[in-house]
Design a protein around this ligand. Structure first.
Ligand code: DPM
Length: 321
């Protein structure tokens, strides 16, 4: 539902968080849309979200019900904005009534990155010495890395990327694990010492892709969004999201994935791990790429049969949901 100015140009309002990363991502979306639709005016409306305000508490302890997305969604519902740009991995798998995932744009490298303090330059996740302090507040990264490297120390870290890098460089941590995509988009790709192989860390559902949310049935906006959709990323991330939804996992659970498309076949790898790194369940499903929901559902069922529910129930009991 776009408005038209007196000069006849159509205005589309884009909602975003205020963080550096969110602004970079939103400017990219705006520029892409502008390229395809030169007759439109795209305005950016930046908002603070709960997740931006609560900086001193571990993410995993505040729960995950749309921490970074709720305010933007209210803006959509109140028609203050026409679309909202999210890091897809921060967008819950169940959206509020009246809203939908309008499109998914192309994906950067979805891997996790190892970022090192100067004194550990040259090390990899495989060679970091016993007792090295690794900063992360992702339960997914923590569980997988504990499983593979029980001799490393893990310590919570919050704040935006620049704050975290400062803490790393000041020696509060020996290493950080962050998303390659976020660092690259901020022009900090040279801080990536290693893209951690997926055999060691499966990435989060949707990691590295942008998800654009809009009002259900807003055909004018959906037409615009179809121009910037990436079909491969869409199918991969829809399967990933179906898997997460099937396991009823929010964004703050030790659930990881990897996905690939070859011809018309989509392969989805998924894992669930316990926080102490003692248990790690993994499986793979391949199917026709048009059957994204079925693939995600089947993978969820396979992991349930292996005992994923007990692992998740224990974690849900610890996290305020
Ligand atoms: C979610 C997680 C994190 C973000 C949890 C996870 C990382 C939290 C942390 C759901 N959202 O990945 O297991 O390390 O404290 C976030 C980042 C990006 C989007 C930063 C990052 C950028 C990359 C992207 C925070 N959301 O993961 O380092 O667009 O995928």
């Amino acid at each position: 539902m776009t408005t038209t100015t007196s000069s006849g140009s159509k205005i589309v309002r884009i909602g975003t968080r205020k963080s550096n990363l969110a602004m970079v991502q939103t400017h990219w979306v705006r520029d892409e849309l502008q390229k395809y639709f030169p007759d439109y005016e795209f305005e950016i409306e930046a908002m603070s979200t709960q997740g931006d305000k609560i900086l001193d508490v571990a993410l995993s302890k505040i729960g995950d019900k749309g921490l970074f997305t709720k305010e933007l969604e209210l803006g959509l519902l109140k028609e203050e904005v026409d679309l909202a740009v999210h890091s897809l991995k921060d967008l819950p798998t169940k959206l509020p009534e009246g809203l939908m995932l309008g499109c998914v744009t192309n994906r950067e490298n979805p891997a996790d990155a190892l970022v090192l303090n100067e004194k550990y330059q040259g090390y990899t996740i495989q060679t970091l010495p016993k007792g090295a302090v690794v900063g992360t507040s992702s339960l997914r990264r923590l569980a997988q890395l504990r499983y593979h490297y029980p001799d490393l120390e893990f310590k919570d870290v919050r704040g935006n990327l620049n704050t975290r890098l400062k803490k790393l460089d000041a020696g509060e941590y020996d290493a950080l694990v962050l998303a390659v995509a976020g660092l690259q988009r901020l022009g900090l790709g040279d801080r990536v010492s290693q893209a951690i192989p997926s055999e060691i860390s499966l990435h989060a559902v949707g990691q590295g892709a942008l998800g654009i949310e809009c009002r259900k049935g807003d055909t004018a906006i959906l037409d615009l969004l179809s121009a910037i959709e990436d079909a491969e990323t869409r199918d991969r991330t829809l399967a990933e999201r179906a898997f997460l939804r099937e396991l009823e996992g929010g964004c703050q659970v030790p659930i990881g994935v990897n996905s690939a498309i070859a011809g018309n076949q989509l392969t989805l790898v998924g894992m669930v791990a316990s926080l102490d790194g003692q248990q790690l369940l993994k499986d793979t499903v391949t199917g026709d790429r048009s059957k994204t929901d079925q693939i995600g559902y089947d993978l969820g069922q396979l992991l349930r049969q292996k005992g994923a529910q007990a692992i998740l129930d224990e974690i849900f009991a610890q996290i305020e949901r």
